[in-house]
Design a protein around this ligand. Structure first.
Ligand code: PMP
Length: 515
């Protein structure tokens, strides 16, 4: 009896997506065949982004072995962590190079992508809470000063806030202060406003799943944490409108010429704005430079930190270490995971810009396995390999080659290929909706949202090419191989995709299911 994901595996077995891989190296995996032999498969999904350097990169595996043989401390809580520090230093130098900035970022370590997002949510909310505290302190101080000065309040001000006059200046001031104090408490006690993008994916833990747009993943858990406001992707006008609709003010009392007046001050209701520079699970959707610029500018104007989620797009995949550097979206927070530890260890890093960093967080957020000696050393080595070999250029060059293949297929099969998107080695091939196919199997798969899985099964079994749809846009096939994908492997992909497109165009279900 299968005790792990048994139901899921039963469901995907129908389209042949339940192989068992027994070995993996470079851009290949070997599946166990029924007769005991191994079948080589070219991997175009690359651990959904964790394998920019391929499976079991020889230098990283050799280094990992060395680290273990040397009896390196792996768990050493409450001690200095030069390895984690070194990783953060290198990330700072890469970030300064790519963004042309002199800003410093502090590192917070975690184990998985979703955890780094949770850390970002928590840090941003801690920061917002401290900003609220500072503002409340300022309001209280101004109120005290008004009382000490024996300030008067005019009738118009009292009636504007629905406060009946007591007939004494002192009484009126006290009543007005009570009223604005109550209103301020309501405003400052509201749940934080978190913005994220339609189509966005930021993880599946209790808080991060609220930022993930896909309702199937999110809605069963909406009662667990603060809900996000979703902003239409690449719609520059939507950014300011979103902020305007959520802005709030608190009431402050200022005394001029012995008379107390109420003025409105912006309330820190905005916790964070989350965005992936290239949406991965949402169907490989790059942010336009105009949209990225609008997010930066408007968020800064409303004092809302921007969290740039580079978990899938970052660590070199798009031709730069940070995909956000292509569109000038410098985050106040940046999250990294997946390929950062070379596909060998599990590690995630949250970078926090110095101007936003709250040292209080260091005691408030930790995990037994985060920043462990093994994964931080592996990340250090991975960064060394990436920088030394300029894998960014390789990602760009390999990506361009794959795009040329995909674009040719789009011209050849306009009725099957809808769009080609992405950057570097984060590419998507969107297929047209096949609900009107004359094949009942194809139309039925489309109606059930599994058409992308059907063609993935065909590609795997008939062409030994491993592709899969993106998590939330199942008609888009993701192509994110390692930088070591060869010309021959790209030709294998091309042959497979061409056969798939022809079968879909011809409603040839016999071919698609012939495995
Ligand atoms: N953010 C993005 C952009 C991702 O693509 C993912 C994973 N697909 C996550 C967050 C969550 O990462 P993890 O699966 O390591 O929790």
């Amino acid at each position: 009896m299968e005790l792990v994901d048994g139901t899921l595996h039963t469901n995907i077995a129908g389209v042949g997506l339940d192989p068992h891989y027994v070995r993996a190296e470079g851009n290949s995996m070997w599946a166990a065949a029924r007769d005991g032999s191994e079948v080589e498969v070219v991997d175009f999904v690359g651990g959904y982004g964790s394998l920019l350097l391929g499976h079991n990169h020889p230098e990283i595996v050799a280094y990992a072995t060395e680290v273990l043989n040397a009896r390196t401390p792996i768990h050493s809580q409450f001690s200095r962590r030069p390895e984690a520090n070194r990783v953060t230093e290198v990330l700072n130098s890469v970030l300064r190079r790519e963004f042309g900035t002199s800003d410093t970022y502090f590192g917070v370590f975690a184990n998985t992508g979703a955890e780094a997002i949770e850390a970002a949510v928590k840090h941003a909310e801690l920061d917002r809470g401290l900003r609220i505290q500072a503002l409340a302190g300022q309001l209280a101080q101004n109120a005290e000063q008004a009382v000490a000065a024996g300030a008067a309040v005019d009738e118009a001000t009292l009636s504007r806030y629905g406060v009946p006059s007591t007939g004494s200046a002192r009484g009126d001031l006290t009543a007005l202060l009570a009223e604005i104090g109550a209103r301020n408490s309501l405003t400052l006690g509201k749940a934080p406003v978190i913005f994220t993008l339609e189509g966005g994916f930021h993880g599946k833990l209790a808080a991060s799943v609220q930022l993930t747009h896909n309702p199937a993943f999110r809605t069963p858990f909406t009662s667990l944490a603060a809900n996000a406001r979703f902003v239409a992707v690449n719609s520059a006008d939507a950014v300011r409108a979103a902020f305007e609709s959520e802005r709030a003010t608190v009431l402050d009392l200022v005394v001029t010429g012995g008379v107390a007046e109420v003025v409105e001050v912006p309330a820190p209701v905005f916790c964070a704005f989350f965005a992936e520079p290239v949406q991965g699970e949402g169907g490989i959707v790059p942010l336009s430079p105009e949209f990225a610029k609008e997010i930066s500018a408007v968020s800064a104007e409303f004092d809302c930190p921007v969290v740039v989620d580079e978990i899938q797009s970052g660590s070199g995949r798009t031709g730069a270490f940070f995909a956000s550097s292509h569109v000038g979206l410098q985050g106040d927070y940046v999250t990294l995971a997946k390929s950062i530890a070379g596909g060998v260890a599990k590690l995630a890093v949250l970078l926090v810009r110095e101007s936003r960093y709250r040292p209080e967080f260091e005691l408030l957020h930790s995990s037994t396995f985060a920043k462990d000696g093994f994964s931080t050393l592996i990340a250090q080595k991975t960064l060394e390999v990436m920088e030394r070999d300029d894998v960014y250029r390789l990602a760009e060059e390999r990506g361009a080659k794959i795009v040329a293949v995909l674009e040719a297929l789009r011209s050849e099969f306009p009725e099957v290929v809808k769009d080609v998107r992405g950057r570097g080695l984060l590419l998507g091939l969107e297929l047209h909706n096949q609900a009107a196919s004359s094949s009942q199997t194809i139309a039925g798969a489309q109606a059930g949202g599994v058409f992308g899985y059907l063609v993935s099964g065909f590609l795997l079994h008939r062409h030994q090419v491993r592709v899969l749809p993106t998590g939330s846009a199942p008609n888009t096939l993701r192509l994110q191989p390692s930088v070591y994908v060869t010309d021959a492997q790209i030709i294998q992909l091309e042959l497979g995709l061409r056969a798939m497109c022809a079968a879909v165009r011809d409603a040839d279900e016999a071919t698609l299911l012939s495995f």
